[in-house]
Design a protein around this ligand. Sequence first.
Ligand code: ADP
Ligand code: NI
Length: 220
Amino acid sequence: MDDSLRLETVEKTVLFVKKELSGAEGGHDWEHTYRVWRNACSIAKEEEADLFVVELGALLHDIADPKFHDGDENIGPEKAGGFLRSLALDDDIIEKVKAIVLHVSFKGGNYKSGYNSRELDVVRDADRLDAIGAIGIARAFNYGGFKNRSMYDPEMPPRLNMGPKEYRANTGPTINHFYEKLLRLKDMMNTNTGKRMAEERHRFMEGFVERFIDEWEGRK
Ligand code: ADP
Ligand code: NI
């Protein structure tokens, strides 16, 4: 497949995903997909991974979140597959991209999927990176505000080791989410480039939480 056909395919995928995600909720909208796509390209360029599969996987990874489809894990991969077949791509590429869409999600942190590929590692890392650092902080407080959560409550300690169900039902303050999920993501990165980017975002977030609590108590 030549470069211009690849470029055209990526452009068509961008248009398709923008259309599919119009009206999506704030955490998984086109803007999130755009950032994951950019992260994924940065990682893929430094790792041994098929950039084309990575780009398509990143662009299509959130087109149908199971959370909003009665937990159905297959709608996203099926939609992605249908779209890619309409572009007459090789089956081999279509299957790799569908597998990324199926397996990328976080699932509260305790889920191990049987499938693996280098391209999946890259997209997973790219998706996780968007939950940490400055963007991660903004998303967490945006989510907390949307759900009308308190920002911080020293009397409600974080709950570690929640299963996927408790994780979804959890209504704790937003700062807890940093301990329950965001500050744990850097140790779950799969690629060296992802790890390096995560370290920097992690340090920024750690400094933020420390300072937030200092300011809360009037220490700074
Ligand atoms: P994903 O589908 O990527 O696992 P989620 O749907 O759990 O992500 O979350 C989407 C965004 O909202 C993320 O940036 C995440 O950190 C944030 N978020 C999820 N749950 C909470 C929470 N309880 N408090 C604050 N932010 C949250
Ligand atoms: Ni995502």
